[in-house]
Design a protein around this ligand. Sequence first.
Ligand SMILES: [Zn+2]
Length: 227
Amino acid sequence: MPLPVWNEFNAGTMVRGALWLMQVVGEGNTFTKEQLREAFPGVSQVDRRIRDLRDYGWVLYTNSDDATLMAEDQRFVKAGVPVWDSAARRAAAPQKAISSKEKQAAMARDDYMCSVCGISGGEAYVDDSNQTAVLSVTRRETVLPNGQERTLLITECKRCRAGSDRLPARADETVADIRALDPSDQRRLLRWIERGRRGSTPLDRAWNAYRRLPADARDEVRTALES
Ligand SMILES: [Zn+2]
C-alpha cells in the first residue's frame, strides 16, 4: 500500500510530520526547524509534535546526540511505527512513562552502561569520536524461560536503540541454547555468569597464541596439526 501523501492526508501534526520525514526529508538526512515551520505553517509546537514520534520508536538526532550536527539541524535517523496506519499507531500507543525513579534504578542495575554494546554514558564511540553515547532506559518485551511474556526495562545507548529490530528478547531461547552446550561449557558459562564477566577458555588462549605467531610459523603449525 503506498504511503498517504504528507500534505494531502487528513491527520494530526505528528502523523503528517512522520509522512513529511519519509517523503520530503528521507531517512539518514537532516532537516532544520525552519524547514519544519515552512512545511507546517501556523502549527504551534510542530517541533514538539515531531519529537512525540520518539515514543513510537522513531529515531531523531539533535546536535547533543551527534556533534557533527549544527544547533539548528536534526537528523532523521530511522523511522519507527507507521503512525499513519491507525491500527499500528493504537497498538503501539506509548505506555505510561517510565518514572525517573524507575530509570535511575534500571541504570544503576546496568552499571550506567549500554546493555547491548557496553559503552558508558557520555563516552565517545571507538569508531566515531564525534558521537558520544546517550543512554536511555526503554521497555523491552521479553519471553522468560517459563514462556511468560513480560515488559522489562533495559538500558541502551541511542545507537543500539536505533539498530535494534525491537523483536522480543528471548530468555527462553537463551536457556535452551545454554542447555544444548556440553556440560563442561555449561559449568564454565555459569562461572562467567556468577563473576559477571567472560573468562578466557583454553580454546581462546590457544587461538590467540596461534594468531600472534609470525605467518610462516602459523603455516608450520597448520602443517603439524594436519599431519
Ligand atoms: Zn550501545
